[in-house]
Design a protein around this ligand. Structure first.
Ligand code: C5P
Length: 237
């Protein structure tokens, strides 16, 4: 199964994006790129096409969550962008996730990888109980949402690398775990609380690691990316 390092391009302007991507012109690997809401809403769908044209794979992280019919139609529009991975909230329920798959699937049966957000990492036990009136242990809720995503036919979930093993145990090793919250051993954690190194994420069985600031804010982003590839994929660039 394909494993990869995904760089989170958390920039808000095209100029910053292309200045950053230009740094990678002279290495023999095109990084897999994550485009989030900020960049997508600031620049529009053309930013996806332009990055794609440069030969990068793209994870479009828009976390759709609406009634099934609307999600189906929105995913149909997104499927024209030919991204490689996208996502929706498992909290929308089985029908919504099935609708997402329906919208994304092209007439030839192909579609991007579709993964679910279980509970946001900003949601803690207190938020769950007080705001969402869910009186269950957050770990059980995350695992239930992951399993529900699998039943709906999705390919995997976004989760902490610390949850990757439990998700594989519950949903099978072919169910993808896409894990942010990655830091080098000698890095600042920033606002991420529960982190793992790329090497630890490999050992625990993450399928894709999503790495933002340890690469984008590094004084040498290409070298930081190289280090991720070495630790996570055990390959030299
Ligand atoms: O800079 P950093 O490596 O923390 O970036 C991680 C990326 O993954 C960001 O784009 C962040 O929004 C995203 N993410 C996350 N935790 C989640 C889901 C997405 O950090 N649970």
């Amino acid at each position: 199964m394909a494993k990869d390092v995904i760089i989170a391009l958390d920039f808000s302007t095209k100029e910053e994006v292309f200045k950053f991507l230009d740094l990678f012109k002279n290495i023999n690997r095109k990084p897999f790129i994550k485009i989030g809401m900020e960049l997508f809403y600031a620049c529009g769908p053309s930013i996806v096409k332009e990055i794609k044209q440069r030969g990068h794979k793209i994870f479009l992280d828009l976390k759709l969550h609406d009634i099934p019919n609307t999600v189906t139609k929105a995913m149909k529009v997104l499927s024209n962008l030919d991204v490689d991975m996208t996502n929706c909230h498992a909290g929308g329920g089985r029908l919504m996730m099935e609708g997402a798959i329906k919208g994304l699937t092209k007439v030839d049966g192909s579609r991007p990888i579709l993964i679910a957000v279980t509970q946001l990492t900003s949601t803690d036990q207190n938020t769950l109980e007080k705001d969402l009136l869910i009186n269950k242990d957050i770990k059980d809720v995350v695992m239930h949402y992951a399993y529900n995503s699998k039943l709906a036919g999705l390919d995997g979930v976004v989760c902490s690398p610390l949850e990757a093993k439990a998700v594989h145990d519950r949903c099978g090793n072919n169910f993808l775990t896409v894990t942010p919250g990655v830091r080098f051993a000698d890095n600042d954690k920033g606002d991420q609380k529960r982190v793992m190194t790329p090497e630890e994420a490999r050992i625990i069985g993450s399928d894709y690691i999503v790495v933002g600031r340890p690469i984008t804010q590094s004084s040498d982003p290409v070298n930081a990316y190289r280090r991720c590839i070495k630790e996570f994929l055990e390959e030299d660039l």
